[in-house]
Design a binder for this molecule. Sequence first.
Ligand code: C5P
Length: 297
Amino acid sequence: MTTAAILTAAGSGSRLGYDEPKALVGLGGRPLVAHAARRLVASGVVDVLVVTAPRARADDVTRALAAEDLPIPVRVVEGGASRQASVAAGLAALPQEVDVVLVHDAARALVPPSLVARVAQAVRSGHRAVIPGVPVSDTIKQVGEVSVEGAPVLATVSRDRLRAVQTPQGFSRELVDRAHVAGLVRAASEATAATDDAALVEAIGIGVWLVDGAEDAFKITTPRDLAAAELALAGHLAVDELEQVEAALVALRAERRSPVPEGRDRSPAPEGRDRSPVPEGREPTESDAVPDDEAAS
Ligand code: C5P
């Protein structure tokens, strides 16, 4: 099976309070999009990466990813008016041979590689739509009409069966393509768009499977979230996981660059042609292209 990851990084991230798009905001000396890309790739389950970038900043995203020397083909495409539209643009850019798709938000920059592998494994084992989720710790109330003074409480929702949903979400390619086509009319604006891809699958009546998420896959939305991410990087993540991510990337780079043992089915893009992201709107050149027929080998 050939697995692609679509990394959504085309949002403005205005709630973070930076002029920069959120994906380019730095965390421990690296932009968020670079953290997320490294962790997707370090999982060892991703064969090709497609990244959605803000229209005016595709070159910056391309540069940030090129600096990581990722050992798989990377392609940068322009995002759309909503997250849903950006994912659709990513799907349209996938090589033909891809049959499993992981969709991940750059805003979940510290996703553990083990979570990426768990989601991919669940899809490969036969679940066609898989999402990670974590139990909800707050008591949840349903409220009536909200005004500046507050809102009436209508009900207390039992939290036993509630999960806060994360990314990456994994799908069989055929299903996620079909779900996005069916939900296309919603993509024009964030007001109508689905906030995750599983919702589009649910909307066409197909079941979605939930696996355990991970605390470190939290979404960076506010300055407080960014501070929490800095703390995680300086604290518990620094001890083991950062080293593991780097070690996994070093091993994958070495594997990609070594000769293919006889009888093994691996045909990577030729050396020097498989790691340079190409922004949409610019034709790939001989030196940086990721040809469709090679990209997901
Ligand atoms: O804004 P929010 O944090 O909910 O966005 C979730 C993810 O979707 C982010 O990684 C963001 O960059 C991405 N996104 C996108 N295209 C958009 C809006 C958001 O790729 N039009």
